[in-house]
Structures are given as structure tokens and as C-alpha cells.
Ligand binder design. Structure first.
Ligand code: MN
Ligand code: MN
Length: 334
């Protein structure tokens, strides 16, 4: 490949085209990149450096934490808290928002992240990732939790890093979606997947079938019609995929289309869905929409939800636009 474009170059050139851009944002992104390279290195080294296994603790959602959940969280916080670009942070791994230590200057952005997504897959050597979302903060305030509770449509940037066979970063700042592959030899993310677009037609769905008995009728109907294949109303056969790692599911959909559902679960209505709005659904929704797809709870566009808590859960349906629209229509028909 000639004329390699690094992520840093790409961001700086993109910022140049924007009227009110400052260098701050590209510096912030660079700090995220540094943290993700470090996480990538540890994920890749795995048991050689003793980072696999359980930490024998639980996070705020009552999930068992892996050692790498905590390590990745610490890496993100320590890479971002001193930079002067952030007014505050929020992470899947801690209940409260994370303040910028008093000795450091405060900036105009808020960062929210899932330091290690899909961490139940880490011990079986499957793909995991880091998801992040950047919001603008009101200037001059020491942010409280309410300052983070903004609609996904207000995100200025969202991305995720995939620690798979290759380490990749997928990024949007609201001008399309671009993919970068980490060149381990030079330590830079290189633009390898410019202007990612999700194919509109699909015959692939991803859902945790073991929860079928807890789904609502619209989801039952959609999946039943997929399963009927050429003999059903869809008139074609479908494939099923389930990796149980949101980053890997979203990356597959960005690459070859499909639809992913983690729907409303009637088992426990205090947990409507499984995935978290602020640092899972919102950043993925921003990316998916920017790539020409759609993202909904089944009843409401994800990016339109007014959040009521940093760790709020939502039902999630995302992927190829026509399929998501069909699932939303089934919800409207009741
Ligand atoms: Mn996650
Ligand atoms: Mn996580």
C-alpha cells in the first residue's frame, strides 16, 4: 500500500475542513488511541502476562468483573484524566461519574466508555473491544451526572476498537464512518476501510435464541419469519450468527450487513434489554446510522432517547436499514 494515511493525519485533515474545529479534539482522540493500543497489547499477550480470568469482584450492574475489565478501565482513565481536554468521564465499571483530578485542567468534552466490551469472551480467546462516546460539556461547569444525560444525537464522536485477529478502530465524527487497522510494526492505526456503508439487503440475523420465551410478539414474529426461510413470507433463507460480543456483531454488520437484536426481555422489566444506552447503544447507533443503517429500541430511535441514568439499559435493534424498519413496523402493528 502506498500513501498510507494514519488515523492522526486523517483526523487533523478532517478537522481542517470544519469551521469551528480546534486541535483539542484530535489530541483527545490520540489519547484514546494510546489507551486502546495498550489494551490491545495486553489482550494479545493474554495469559503470558497474567491478565485473563476473573477479578472476583462485581461491577455496578452486578456482573462478575474480569481482570481485564478493571485493567482496561484503569488504562482509559489514566490515559485521559490528565490531558486537559475532558471535563469528566463515565465508565461501565464504576457507578458514579469520574471527576478530573484537581491538579489537572478541565476541558470541554465528556468521555463515556465501555473499557472492555464482550469481556465474557476474553477467556475463550474471542474478539473483545473498547467502545467510546464523546459529548460536549457546558463550558465552565464541574459536570454532575445530569450533564452526561444527553441524547445520543448530541454525540460529537463515537468509536470502537476491536481486538480481533487484527486490531481495528471504527470511528465517526458525524461525517461517515471510517475503519483503521493497527499496524503493529509502526504502532499506528492506518486507514484501511474508508467510508464504510452497510448493505441495505440482508439475510443474516443475530439474536440470543435461548431467551426466545421472554421476547415480545413483534420479535417472535420477525424471527419466526426468518426461520421459515423460502417457505415463509420472506421467501428467502436466513443465516444466524451470535458472538455475544457487541463490538464483533456491529463490525460484522458494518462489513456485510445483517441485523442484531437484544430485545426487550419480559423476564425482568426493571432491566429493559441488556445493553447500556450511554456507552454501548448510543455510540453504536451513531456509527450504524452514519454508515447508512438504523438503530432502534423497536419503538424509538436510539439516538432520540432522553437518558435517565448513566447505566440505563435499553432494548437494541440495529443493522441494515430495511430490516430494522421492518422490525419497528411489527412493533407498531402491535
Ligand atoms: Mn459491553
Ligand atoms: Mn465491558
Amino acid at each position: 500500500m502506498t500513501n498510507k494515511v494514519s488515523l492522526t493525519q486523517f483526523i487533523i485533515e478532517q478537522q481542517r475542513g470544519l469551521p469551528d474545529a480546534s486541535g483539542t479534539f484530535s489530541l483527545l482522540l490520540n489519547n484514546i488511541v494510546t489507551a486502546c493500543k495498550e489494551i490491545s497489547h495486553l489482550v494479545n499477550r493474554g495469559d503470558l502476562v497474567g491478565v485473563l480470568g476473573s477479578a472476583e469482584s462485581e461491577n455496578v450492574q452486578g456482573e462478575v468483573q474480569k481482570k481485564l475489565d478493571i485493567i482496561a478501565h484503569d488504562i482509559m482513565v489514566n490515559a485521559l484524566n490528565w490531558t486537559g481536554h475532558l471535563a469528566g468521564m463515565a465508565s461501565e465499571e464504576v457507578d458514579d461519574i469520574i471527576a478530573i483530578p484537581a491538579q489537572y485542567p478541565k476541558g470541554k468534552y465528556l468521555a463515556l466508555f465501555d473499557p472492555l466490551d464482550g469481556s465474557s469472551n476474553i477467556d475463550v480467546n474471542l474478539t473483545v473491544g473498547t467502545i467510546f462516546s464523546i459529548l460536549r460539556c457546558r463550558e465552565g461547569v464541574a459536570p454532575a451526572a445530569e450533564d452526561f444525560l444527553r441524547k445520543g444525537s448530541e454525540q460529537v464522536c463515537a468509536g470502537f476498537v476491536l481486538y480481533g485477529p487484527s486490531t481495528m478502530m471504527v470511528l465517526t465524527t458525524g461525517h461517515g464512518v471510517n475503519g483503521f487497522t493497527l499496524d503493529q510494526d509502526i504502532g499506528e492505526f492506518i486507514l484501511t476501510h474508508p467510508n464504510i456503508r452497510i448493505p441495505e439487503e440482508t439475510s443474516e440475523f443475530a439474536i440470543n435464541m435461548s431467551n426466545q420465551r421472554f421476547w415480545e410478539p413483534p420479535v417472535q414474529r420477525y424471527i419466526a419469519e426468518c426461520l421459515q426461510g423460502t417457505e415463509g413470507p420472506r421467501g428467502k433463507n436466513f443465516n444466524m450468527r451470535w458472538i455475544a460480543s457487541l463490538v464483533a456483531e456491529v463490525y460484522r454488520i458494518l462489513t456485510r450487513g445483517g441485523v442484531f437484536l437484544y430485545p426487550l426481555d419480559l423476564r425482568d422489566l426493571s432491566k429493559p434489554g441488556r445493553l447500556r444506552l450511554m456507552y454501548e447503544a448510543n455510540p453504536m447507533a451513531f456509527i450504524i446510522e452514519q454508515a447508512g443503517g438504523a438503530c432502534s429500541t423497536g419503538r424509538e430511535r436510539i439516538l432520540d432517547i432522553k437518558p435517565d441514568g448513566i447505566h440505563q439499559r435499553v432494548p437494541l435493534v440495529l443493522g441494515s436499514k430495511k430490516e430494522v424498519e421492518r422490525i419497528v413496523a411489527y412493533h407498531q402493528e402491535g
